[in-house]
Design a protein around this ligand. Structure first.
Ligand code: SF4
Length: 447
């Protein structure tokens, strides 16, 4: 159970020495209670304090790591119901399922596709995280062969799904040291699955038909020594899955109910791609930690990757690019300088439009704490003085014969200030929307 600041304060030395970086023990206790500090920062904390505060600050949803160190996937450790309260921490891991009922030679190219899949968006590389190997054949040999192929070809973390303990053990032997996830322990096979998970240092999915059974199962598995678990509560339809996911999250976060304090795995499958996508998006929003897709389909992955990136971007830390001068095309001494903010989306939209226009330009990204143009201007982060200073410090002046600076149309009001800061420069007000930048640049180039 979480402790209050006052309860934590009573456990601290109360000397106000400040060595933790906070002036008083009370202020440090408040930060600990808000989970904004680590007790390790106080060199004088007693063993009793470490024990009590450590237990109280344990994450309400366990952090589970899957896969070999070089492609490790971490799920869980979430602390809020809604992204705007703070942030969601570990993005939903997307897994693609492969079955051992088809010849490996036929699955090989799709396995390679899963390995190679990479979507680059606003400077981030978005990839698949895990592979699920399904033991449809219910035999050991084809399952083991597919596990070996997947592990060797992708290097990604693997989820092993089988009802056959012998097949699971064969797969686990192949994946030794790679921390796979076993699917699944049920009330009927809990002891056998727990033994496998412990023997091969694997995480274990706990699967049950009802919430009560699931809680009883995780308690049992924990009693057998299994720590890293993932919850699977199958439901007949997406609405019930959504309801189950929400109840599990709420029980873990609001009631500190340990038996349900684990990440959740959901499965999206079916013939109709649009329905699969709708289900997958629903689960990703609330609160799938692992999402398994039954196919490697690009039109399914694109929206999911974008949705995941949007959900798991820290709302308090917008994605930013480095503030500096970028050459777009091959700008020369007569090319214009275009100034904008360092919000990633703004950078990629503006640089894309310049590139598409075929008119080379110097793109000056001004430090503005990752805000979009209007927000940055309203917050005093994108002013004429700041733009002028950025132009001077980036060294572009030395490269130019003709000094032309284009500022975004939404902040036309700072043009006078920019002119004052940059004597000898021609300051032009560009369009408000990036989409209009191409025609604007072409008109300027023709002048
Ligand atoms: Fe108090 Fe420890 Fe911080 Fe010193 S280092 S102010 S004793 S919490």
């Amino acid at each position: 159970m979480a402790l209050t600041g006052l309860q934590i304060f009573k456990l601290l030395p109360k000397t106000n020495c400040g060595e933790c970086g906070i002036p008083t023990c009370m202020a440090f206790a408040m930060k600990l209670a808000a989970k904004n500090a680590d007790l390790a920062a106080c060199p004088y904390a007693s063993d009793e304090a470490k024990k009590i505060v450590g237990a109280a600050s344990r994450p309400p949803i366990r952090l589970v790591k899957i896969g070999p160190p070089e492609r490790e996937v971490a799920v869980g450790n979430e602390t809020v119901m809604f992204r705007h309260e703070k942030t969601f921490v570990h993005p939903t891991a997307i897994a693609i399922a492969f079955g051992d009922d088809e010849p490996i030679s036929e699955a090989c190219h799709r396995i390679a596709e899963a390995r190679e899949y990479c979507l680059e968006r606003v400077g981030e590389k978005l990839r698949l995280d895990l592979i699920l190997v399904d033991n449809f054949s219910e035999e050991v040999q084809p399952f083991a062969a597919l596990v070996k192929t997947v592990a060797g070809a992708t290097g990604m973390g693997v989820i092993l799904r089988s009802a056959n303990p012998a097949a699971l053990e064969a797969g686990l032997r192949i994946l030794e040291g790679q921390r796979p996830l076993i699917h699944a322990a049920t009330p009927a096979n809990a002891e056998a699955m727990a033994a496998l998970a412990l023997k091969y240092n694997a995480s274990l999915v706990a699967r049950a038909a009802t919430l009560d059974e699931l809680a009883a199962l995780t308690r049992k598995l924990a009693g057998l020594g299994v720590k890293d678990m993932v919850l699977d509560l199958p439901a007949g339809n997406p609405a019930s899955t959504l309801q189950n996911n929400t109840i599990i999250r709420k029980m873990a976060l609001k009631n500190a109910y340990e038996p349900l304090g684990y990440p959740i795995i959901n499965f999206a499958a079916g013939h109709d791609t649009v329905s699969v996508l709708a289900d997958a998006c629903t689960y990703m929003c609330k609160y799938a930690s692992i999402l398994v897709l039954d196919r490697m389909q690009l039109e399914l992955l694109l929206p999911l990757m974008m949705l995941r990136q949007n959900i798991y971007t820290d709302p308090q830390k917008p994605i930013q690019v480095e503030p500096k001068l970028y050459a777009v095309g091959d700008p020369g001494p007569d090319s214009p300088v275009i100034a904008t903010t360092n919000f990633s989306l703004t950078y990629f939209l503006v640089s894309g439009e310049i590139e598409n226009s075929g008119v080379p330009a110097h793109l000056l990204i001004v430090e503005s704490e990752g805000m979009s143009v209007l927000t940055a201007w309203a917050a005093g982060k994108f002013t004429g003085v700041k733009v002028g200073a950025a132009v001077k410090s980036c060294g572009v002046e030395k490269q130019l014969n003709r000094r032309r600076l284009i500022i975004p149309g939404f902040v036309a009001q700072i043009s006078g200030e920019v002119e004052e800061a940059l004597p000898g420069w021609e300051v032009l007000v560009g369009p408000g929307e990036a989409a209009d930048l191409g025609p604007f640049l072409k008109r300027q180039a023709a002048r």
